[in-house]
Design a protein around this ligand. Structure first.
Ligand SMILES: *[C@@H]1O[C@H](CO)[C@@H](O)[C@H](O)[C@H]1NC(C)=O
Ligand SMILES: *[C@@H]1O[C@H](CO)[C@@H](O)[C@H](O)[C@H]1NC(C)=O
Ligand SMILES: *[C@@H]1O[C@H](CO)[C@@H](O)[C@H](O)[C@H]1NC(C)=O
Length: 228
């Protein structure tokens, strides 16, 4: 019979192992969406439409990225589980619409999705398989509906500038959570709305306030939202 004392020791060891395993995991996800108008209007990258055609004038998914509270993030966690398109064949047409690649040279999206899974997705294997990972991101795009959130607040793509605060407020009002807005610059040096970060808990189930915001990509207080 196991004595109470050794039972206690076993519990301690199990607890220690659990803590060690959890600390190797991650704390939350960034869910990042990008505005194609600003991707293509940037002074840095050129853009190429995917082989499936010009994407809709809507935010597209960039990725779902495991992150630590201390701002660093794990990457390329499991080379034994590379991107496998056959596991998500039912999602491909949805992904072509909602997760389009704008990188050059023009491609179908496979390179983009495979980069996202291999670099970031494999670090969330404790929560998601490949199908769950991509399906969750698609669901979050639908749920957050950024374009509608902005349009409801009278913020539409086109000429002119908008206050960064109004953009954040509109997204907070619609999603219930404070976004981080990343800007890039057009060739005239204007600051423009490039990417929107929201945070998801590490169970992959609900949006949360971000424990920490990314560094860099700072916006001016008045920014453009160029048409696409
Ligand atoms: C951040 O936290 C993770 C997980 O606890 C740890 O592995 C990593 O070394 C930390 N990074 C920094 C820069 O402190
Ligand atoms: C894409 O997938 C998401 C998540 O499953 C779903 O909510 C959405 O309706 C799908 N959209 C299209 C156009 O099929
Ligand atoms: C990370 O930050 C969140 C929110 O501040 C907190 O709830 C969570 O416990 C933190 N996780 C760790 C491992 O410190």
């Amino acid at each position: 019979m196991v004595s109470k004392f050794s039972f206690f020791i076993i519990l301690l060891v199990l607890h220690y192992l659990a803590v060690v395993c959890i600390s190797q995991d991650f704390d939350f996800f960034y869910f990042v969406q990008q505005w194609p108008g600003s991707y293509c209007d940037s002074d840095k990258n050129s853009c190429c439409y995917p082989t499936t055609g010009k994407p809709a004038a809507d935010f597209g998914i960039h990725g779902l990225w495991p992150n630590y509270n201390n701002s660093s993030y794990p990457q390329n966690c499991d080379p034994t589980n590379p991107f496998d398109e056959s596991e998500i064949s039912d999602l491909i047409s949805n992904m072509s619409m909602n997760w389009p690649t704008l990188a050059c040279p023009s491609s179908s999206g496979e390179t983009f999705w495979s980069h996202e899974w291999d670099k970031h997705g494999t670090c969330s294997e404790s929560v998601f398989d490949q199908h769950g990972y991509f399906e969750t991101a698609l669901g979050l795009k639908q749920q957050t509906n950024l374009l509608q959130a902005l349009e409801t607040a009278g913020i539409k793509p086109g000429e002119g500038t908008h206050s960064l605060e109004n953009i954040k407020d509109a997204i907070k009002k619609a999603t219930g959570h404070t976004p981080w807005i990343e800007c890039n610059q057009d060739s005239s040096g204007n600051s423009q709305l490039y990417q929107v970060y929201l945070c998801l808990d590490n169970a992959g189930s609900s949006l949360i306030e971000c424990p920490v915001f990314p560094k860099g990509g700072k916006c001016r207080s008045e920014i453009e939202f160029p048409s696409f």
